[in-house]
Design a protein around this ligand. Structure first.
Ligand SMILES: Cc1cc2nc3c(=O)[nH]c(=O)nc-3n(C[C@H](O)[C@H](O)[C@H](O)COP(=O)(O)OP(=O)(O)OC[C@H]3O[C@@H](n4cnc5c(N)ncnc54)[C@H](O)[C@@H]3O)c2cc1C
Length: 316
């Protein structure tokens, strides 16, 4: 890439479901979008196998195959997809200045941020090995719970998301072990009551995971009482981790309004951020739903918001 700066109308940062959907709409609206795909072209779904809940695929589809379809559709309408990452942004003047791969500067009239979020893991060897093998380790109960229907599973975490996902799993699975490091749940009182009153959830307070067991698929977990040191083996086929997500927003710090967890704030019902002309879509601004279809939906909204804003500004 050259050192010269290039001026464009619409820049899309990220190539997950949100970014690609924004690209399809922006390209069809003739905004000539440039997309910077990031370190993980295709986004989070590149790391999964079967996706069964995205409409339009009645038989289900492999995550990477689905993202390939997204890419082809975005390219069909002329999206300029580039493989690199945004290393810094300057939203203090217009057009906005963004730097690609610490080298090339792009000046963009409108920017759509779709940089997603990354699930936090326990980072123990067995968890990561089985996760990479798609062997029954997941960070999304809504996505993968169905695969464990009628089986015994465990979920790690004590916050609202973990409690909500434990309740979700309890409706599908025979038994749910909830592994909680502290001797209480951080979840809201209502969620706590719901978990405690669900017959097939067994709360393992003061417990941490020592190891996820299994060679190619989860067969159990070794959990340890953090107070007594006593170990216990639980028999499970699914291991869910719900200890939070990290939005990919470090490059936007100080440039744009975020909440205390680093999610980009958008005006409710829109993808508009506090900076006119900068829009955010997908998991980077959504800590509630975190699904491919909701990310895609907000990607569509971002492109429409950007198109209307550019028109209002008389930028053609
Ligand atoms: C293992 C797994 C399985 C899942 N299964 C399902 C499922 O079955 N159904 C479902 O609906 N959802 C599922 N999800 C959730 C779904 O993947 C996410 O909700 C969705 O991918 C969010 O889309 P997004 O476009 O917001 O972000 P992401 O998919 O996270 O994409 C973010 C993009 O931003 C790019 N990026 C980040 N930083 C930069 C930067 N500095 N410069 C340029 N680009 C950058 C990345 O390279 C990436 O392309 C699953 C998630 C995981 C992890």
């Amino acid at each position: 890439m050259s050192n010269q700066s290039e001026k464009i109308k619409c820049l899309i940062i990220g190539s997950g479901p949100a970014g690609y959907t924004a690209a399809i709409y922006a390209a069809r609206a003739d905004l000539k979008p440039v997309m910077i795909a990031g370190m993980e072209p295709g986004g989070q779904l590149m790391t999964t196998t079967e996706v069964e809940n995205y409409p339009g695929y009645p038989k289900g589809i492999q995550g990477p195959e689905m993202m390939e379809d997204f890419r082809k559709q975005a390219e069909r309408f002329g999206t300029d997809i580039r493989y690199g990452f945004i290393s810094s942004v300057d939203f203090s003047s217009r057009p906005f200045k963004v730097v690609v791969d610490e080298k090339q500067t792009i000046l963009a009239e409108a920017v759509i941020i779709s940089t997603g979020a990354t699930a936090k893991w326990l980072e123990i060897e067995s968890e990561q090995r089985l996760r990479k093998l798609s062997g029954g380790v997941s960070a999304c109960a809504v996505c993968d719970g169905f695969f464990f229907k009628g089986q015994d599973v465990a979920i790690v975490g004590g916050g609202d998301t973990a409690a909500e996902e434990a309740t979700y799993l309890s409706k599908l699975c025979r038994k749910v072990y909830m592994i909680v490091r502290k001797d209480f749940l951080r979840a809201s009182k209502a969620m706590q009551r719901r978990v405690e009153n669900t017959a097939n959830i067994e709360l393992l307070y003061n417990h941490a995971t020592a190891e996820v067991l299994g060679e190619t698929g989860v067969t159990g977990a070794l959990v340890k009482n953090v107070k007594t040191g006593a170990e216990r083996k639980i028999d499970i086929t699914g291991f869910f981790v719900a200890i939070g997500h990290q939005p990919n927003t470090s490059i936007f710090k100080g440039q744009i309004d975020m909440d205390e967890q680093g999610y980009i704030k958008t005006i409710p019902g829109t993808t508009k951020t506090n900076i006119e002309g900068v829009f955010a879509s997908g998991d980077v601004q959504d800590k509630t739903y975190r699904q491919a279809v909701t990310a895609a939906g907000s990607g569509c909204m971002a492109a429409l918001d950007a198109e209307r804003w550019l028109a209002l500004m008389g930028i053609h």
